[in-house]
Design a protein around this ligand. Structure first.
Ligand SMILES: Nc1c(NC[C@H](O)[C@H](O)[C@H](O)CO)[nH]c(=O)[nH]c1=O
Ligand SMILES: CC(=O)[C@@H](O)COP(=O)(O)O
Length: 173
């Protein structure tokens, strides 16, 4: 399903966990700041909307999306951080440079998530054009920053269920 078929700011909010005591890091790439600032605002506001408190949301900036991986690791390794949301926008240029960045970041963030056992969210747009980016940063396809935040919250909820074995009930019950 593509972003055109699904407004990314619409999601199921039932059974979201209590997150007022959770601490989030949002890491934001400074390339294409008109887009990444809109994504950041979406993520930040969504965290607040669903129960996070401002004091528990910290922000770090990195020069470009390629640097998100290492910064995510720095935050995820901190015991007080429960989830890391990574925000970036890599717009296709004349060469394949964007492909190398995108693959490195996607793989890198997966590695950080598995290594630290924490949700590390891939809030990185990989558009062909600036317009495609704007469409997904508060435009006609919603705001992927919202989705990144709700994904972090949902993953924390699932982790809690799994740890407490509350997700082990049969689906037929
Ligand atoms: N072109 C974009 C970049 N490029 C910069 C790299 O991310 C990186 O900072 C550089 O290669 C030094 O390691 N970054 C983006 O986030 N978006 C772009 O469109
Ligand atoms: C994706 C980028 O880093 C971008 O600056 C590369 O652009 P180009 O492929 O035109 O050099």
């Amino acid at each position: 399903m593509s972003s055109a078929d699904k407004n990314l700011s619409v999601f199921t909010t039932n059974e979201l966990p209590e997150v007022s005591g959770r601490r989030f890091a949002i890491v934001v790439a400074e390339w294409n700041t008109d887009v990444t600032e809109a994504l950041f605002q979406g993520a930040y506001n969504t965290l607040l909307q669903y129960g996070a408190v401002a004091e528990n949301i910290i922000r770090g900036n990195v020069p470009g999306s390629y640097e998100l991986t290492l910064a995510a690791q720095w935050y995820a390794q901190r015991p007080d951080i429960d989830a890391v949301i990574c925000i970036g926008c890599v717009i296709q240029g004349e060469t394949k440079h964007n492909d190398y960045i995108n693959h490195a970041v996607a793989q890198g963030l997966t590695n950080v998530s598995l290594k630290t056992n924490k949700p590390v969210i891939f809030g990185v747009l990989t558009p062909n054009t600036q317009q495609q980016a704007l469409d997904r940063a508060g435009g006609i396809h919603g705001n992927k920053g919202d989705e990144a935040a709700i994904t972090a919250i949902k993953m924390l909820g699932l982790r809690q269920l799994v740890n407490e074995r509350r997700s082990d009930v049969s689906v037929s019950e």
